[in-house]
Design a binder for this molecule. Sequence first.
Ligand SMILES: [Zn+2]
Length: 126
Amino acid sequence: MIFVKNLNSISNQEWKTSEKYPGVRWKFLVDADIDGSKGISCGFAEVLPGGKLTLHHHAPDEIYVVTNGSATLNKDGELEEIKKGDVVYISNNAKHALKNNSDETFGFYWLFPTDRFKEVEYFSDE
Ligand SMILES: [Zn+2]
């Protein structure tokens, strides 16, 4: 199975949000529940100015690929500015958070080594 997608081709998919993550919205691009893909999954998230992904961890490893803007990455207490073009590796159960302190939207793709996003259980560390 091989397919190509982008944000335009999934423009009819609604943005998802959660009260736990103010100013954050996301869509799914590669997910077993959508196209029957397996082994890896991918989505795209935007963090609006002032928005944040609160401190959390999960069992699967994760990768972020930053496509626009900049944000402060919390690496289990250590802060690092990340920006467009950066790739972030997060090992299993490492606590992490993101905060957009800039005045432009921060965007990134995330990847999980799971068939579907639904399999990733989020544990809050706030
Ligand atoms: Zn995560």
